[in-house]
Design a protein. Structure first.
Ligand code: ADP
Ligand code: ZN
Length: 218
């Protein structure tokens, strides 16, 4: 399985990628998560990316591309991968495509989660994340049993700095200006599978599972 999940912020890429990678036992490669880890560690890379992330802008391509290529070269990626949050513009898609070609690796599919803007805003403003294990909640849609506490590990739930309304608006703008072009890019490569991201997590998972089965993607 070699898949890219494409879609606006809040489409549910991260949630779906977590369920899919658990089920298919492939690598979940989320550039946003990797960058947040670097920021938390205050590494050189993290310090370079932090300002962009807080404003909802894209981090510089070369930082992100190197990070992804390193991960794809690791043994964990051998069984397959689901990319979540990468590529995010045409330059990244081209660098990624070149790298895959060099390694004679074929990308199976790009799954585009088409999602409406009012749903995105509701999902992102209500999103809460466990500081300890990364589990994702929503104050209305997926509330934890005890407010502010992770059901799975008892960790503290927090709100991402970029999940505020102003930053969400900017992330959507950046998505429309830079990332949406990848829909056509992968349509031309005949790799795009379009599915609604407005449905709930379970329903989307079932749909994708059926699709992968039909396509013989395992
Ligand atoms: P979302 O898809 O909900 O916006 P992510 O966790 O994927 O959230 O990304 C958060 C932030 O991390 C982005 O706004 C951007 O600053 C940075 N980022 C993540 N992936 C990339 C990427 N491929 N290229 C550049 N910046 C990225
Ligand atoms: Zn937790």
């Amino acid at each position: 399985m070699r898949i890219v999940l494409l879609g606006p912020p809040g489409a549910g890429k991260g949630t779906q990628a977590a369920i899919l990678t658990d089920y298919y036992k492939v690598l979940h490669l989320a550039t946003g998560d990797l960058l947040r880890e670097e920021v938390a560690k205050a590494s050189e890379l993290g310090l370079k990316a932090k300002g962009y992330m807080e404003k909802g802008e894209l981090a510089p391509d070369e930082l992100v591309i190197d990070m992804v290529i390193n991960k794809l070269n690791s043994p964990e990626a051998e069984k397959g991968f689901i990319l979540d949050g990468f590529p995010r513009n045409v330059a990244q898609a081209e660098a990624f495509g070149k790298r895959l070609a060099e390694k004679s690796i074929n990308l199976d599919n790009v799954i585009y989660l088409e999602t409406s803007e009012d749903i995105i805003v509701k999902r992102l403003t209500g999103r809460r994340i466990c500081r300890a294990c990364g589990a994702v909640y929503h104050v209305v849609n997926i509330p934890p049993k005890v407010k502010g506490v992770c059901d799975k590990c008892g960790g503290e739930l927090y709100q991402r700095k970029d999940d505020t309304i102003e930053t969400i608006k900017n992330r959507l703008k950046v998505y429309n200006q830079q990332t949406a072009a990848l829909i056509d890019y992968y349509k031309k490569e005949d790799k795009l599978f379009m599915v609604s991201g407005d449905v709930d997590t379970r329903e989307l998972f079932t749909k994708l599972q059926e699709y992968f089965k039909k396509q013989n993607i395992i």
